[in-house]
Design a protein around this ligand. Structure first.
Ligand code: CAA
Length: 698
């Protein structure tokens, strides 16, 4: 008997207990163990079989680490068919999460009981595949097509009470899964309950599948797995038999399994779990974190305070005057009331957060008791230095002193304090209580336990927390600045902002770079350009001033109703601003550039190559520890399509040699911008990929 599934007899009942921590994934040992357990129960003449999971959960799914490797017997669909066909009464007791293959095993057992805290779901579309062990055939027979389509195409988790209503489980009972399961099996045996194979149930009634397919395809913004899953559910209704439906499901499953999207999404799944685990912090305990101070109550400071309150951390918010503290409180209240409206927060929780957990302050000494201070004041080195000098005087020893700067040199800020080991950067993205990304920026002298504290704060706030080194823009904004520059060059050479935005949204970005600029405010880029020009641009760098002219006229994007696009009052979607093309044409004439046509494919290729090249520099210089850190930064902070895995995963899948050839070719026109990253050249020379570096670091 396999150790991954323990076998026990309790009277007439054979108990199969999965033991494959942490999540009882259905790897080959578990599958073999379940098969052997069913066979043994039948041979021994048991009357029923109970299946449950030891530890924290029932089966959380197929073992994702096996994907892409040669399959080993028994396959999950065959195992499910074998469980369902058993002449014994087979019952599942579910706790934790029955997801994907886990729910498919449960659906192949004849009855299902669950603890109230259990959740079930078929999240496969998020991994770029579809349920491949009968989920698309059995679930619609149990719930009807509409509910099955909802669950399978959204991949959402369903709590026990809803699963009960939908008929996915038969009973909900508090207790221990083994005990609850045994009692339920005994009850079923006593009442003479019959086996109940879902595959023998009638095929469900169809819906207009073509319409659903189109709708789901559109919603997926280029992701194909949800729409493909619709076709599999269609087979449950239309195939001539259950087995024919299963064959169709397998065909579609294999198609998706072979896709780049599957590879990208699974990379994202593991990368987002690896990103917060830094090998150098193994064994390092974070500092105690009970209370947080926030300096500045503008949009950013209020957002950070909101995120801290939502994470259960009391906040002391410091502003310059009583009025400013009240305005900050109103902003925080407004942020939180959004959560109340969405049902994420109860009124009582809201009252506690705003009324008790939030303290307003106007003097630095009021921060003397907090464990961490996050400064979110105006982005200016002198202002920040003054703040840190005061924090140094006011805060208790051991308090973490954090700056929310988005590009300033935190080494310089740390040096104004007597305790640079306690200083760190925490770069939040606006709105800070909504955006999932947090860059933890680590200056030279920061103590390891301060870095660990930054990561643990991110975890408490449920953010994807990435470690970054100090440089202009850290990981995300530095790479953004380069690919934005590439887009600006393409505009000078003949592309329009609108063609570029469309090409990139077609590629899968949530928004194109010019729509993003309008959203963020054109004054931000303007300030950066002015700063860089003041610092002195390299004479080889191409520059353009047409966007400055928009700002000079007071057009800052969405907030003024006009930028690259014009926005009707209250609308967040704009139409192209005709003045922009005139400004661009004037600039081209001034720079004596004859515009040429760009294809959408060339736009994407150049934009992505610029992104990958800068990302390779960021990794090569150690600003990002691993390629996956860049991938997660772009995914969670910059709208990069998840199904492409991240820019460096995308680059691996495209082939690094071809990208390097393109970069070297473009360097013939503009050798300054297109300087190939040394790391990219090295990987190509060694025949390796970025993902090899991720594996080296694991
Ligand atoms: N296969 C392999 N490893 C898995 C896994 C799986 N299905 N699910 C989770 N893990 C691993 C994680 O990588 C993590 O490993 P490390 O500790 O080494 O980082 C560990 O288990 C714990 O996972 P989490 O940190 O995510 O723990 P959590 O408590 O926050 O969440 C969970 C638990 C809800 C189960 C979450 O892990 C999850 O959503 N897992 C994926 C579930 C899923 O998508 N299942 C469907 C699989 S596809 C399938 O089943 C195909 C089919 O139809 C045949």
């Amino acid at each position: 008997m396999s150790e991954a599934v323990e076998y026990e007899r309790v009277g007439d009942i054979a108990v199969l207990a999965a033991n494959n921590p942490p999540v009882n994934a259905l790897g080959v040992d578990v599958r073999r163990g379940l098969l052997a357990g069913i066979e043994r129960a039948e041979e021994e003449g048991a009357k029923a079989v109970l299946i449950y999971g030891q530890g924290r959960t029932y089966f959380a799914g197929a073992d994702i680490r096996e994907f892409g490797k040669p399959p080993q017997d028994p396959w999950l669909p065959e195992l499910c068919a074998r469980i369902e066909a058993s002449p014994l009464l087979v019952v599942s007791a579910i706790h934790g999460t029955a997801l994907g293959g886990g729910l498919e095993v449960a659906l192949s057992t004849h009855y299902r009981i669950a603890l109230p805290s259990a959740q079930v779901g078929l999240p496969e579309v998020h991994l770029g595949i579809l349920p491949g062990a009968g989920g698309t055939q059995r679930l619609p027979r149990v719930t009807g097509v509409e509910a099955a389509l909802d669950l399978i195409t959204s991949g959402r988790h369903v709590r026990a009470d809803e699963a009960l209503k939908l008929g996915i489980i038969d009973k909900v009972e508090e207790g221990d899964p083994r005990e609850v399961g045994l009692a339920y099996v005994a009850e079923l045996l006593d009442s003479g309950a019959a086996r109940r194979p879902v595959s023998e149930m009638a095929a469900p009634a169809p819906v207009d599948f073509d319409a659903v397919y189109e709708q789901v395809l559109k919603k997926g913004r280029g992701q194909i797995s949800p729409a493909t899953a619709v076709r599999a559910v269609q087979a449950a209704c239309e195939a001539e038999s259950f087995d024919a439906g299963m064959r169709r499901e397998r065909e579609l499953f294999m198609e998706l399994m072979a896709s780049d999207q599957r590879e990208g999404l699974i990379h994202a799944f593991f990368a987002e779990r690896a990103v917060g685990k830094l090998p150098e912090l193994k064994g390092v305990e974070p500092r105690v974190l009970h209370t947080v101070g926030v300096i500045g109550g503008g949009t950013m400071g209020a957002g950070i305070a909101t995120a801290a309150l939502l994470a259960g951390l009391p906040v002391v918010l410091l502003e310059m005057s009583q009025e400013a503290t009240q305005a900050a409180k109103a902003r925080i209240g407004n942020n939180l009331s959004g959560a109340v409206k969405r049902g994420k927060l109860t009124q009582a929780q809201y009252d506690e957060m705003v009324g008790t957990a939030l303290t307003l302050a106007t003097e630095y000494y009021e921060l003397s008791g907090v464990d961490m201070v996050i400064e979110a004041v105006y982005e200016d080195m002198e202002v920040k230095k003054k703040v840190f000098a005061q924090l140094d005087a006011a805060c208790k020893p051991g308090a973490v002193l954090a700056s929310n700067t988005s590009y300033l040199d935190i080494n310089e800020i740390a040096l104004v304090t007597s305790r640079p080991a306690d200083v760190i950067g925490l770069h939040f993205f606006s709105p800070a209580h909504v955006m999932r990304l947090l860059e933890v920026v680590v200056p030279d002298s920061t103590a390891a336990d301060v870095v660990a504290t930054g990561l643990s704060l991110g975890k408490r706030m449920r953010k994807v927390t990435v470690r970054a080194g100090v440089c202009d823009g850290f990981i995300g904004n530095r790479i953004l600045s380069t690919y934005r520059t590439c887009a600006d060059h393409m505009i000078l050479d003949g592309a329009s902002p609108y063609q570029i935005d469309t090409a990139l949204t077609d590629f899968g970005f949530a928004m194109g770079p010019f729509a993003v600029a309008d959203l963020a405010g054109l004054d931000i880029g303007w300030a950066v350009r002015k700063r860089r020009r003041a610092e002195g641009l390299d004479p080889r760098a191409r520059d353009a001033s047409y966007a400055d002219k928009l700002c000079e006229q007071g057009h800052y994007g969405q907030k003024t109703g006009k930028g690259y696009y014009i926005y009707e009052a209250g609308s967040r979607v704009g139409v192209p601003n005709p003045e922009v093309m005139a400004l661009i044409e004037a600039e081209r004439a001034e720079q004596e550039i004859t515009p040429r046509d760009f294809t959408d494919a060339e736009i994407v290729r150049r934009y992505m190559a610029a992104m990958v090249n800068e990302a390779a520099k960021v990794v090569g210089e150690g600003v990002a520890r691993r390629p996956l850190d860049v991938d997660m930064t772009l995914l969670y902070g910059y709208g990069f399509p998840r199904y492409r895995g991240g820019p460096l995963k995308w680059a691996d899948m495209q082939g690094l040699p071809g990208l390097l050839v393109d970069i070297e070719t473009w360097a013939e026109e503009d050798a300054y911008f297109w300087q190939p990253a040394p790391l990219l050249k090295q990987l190509v020379a060694e025949g390796r990929t970025f993902d090899d570096l991720n594996k080296d670091a694991a």
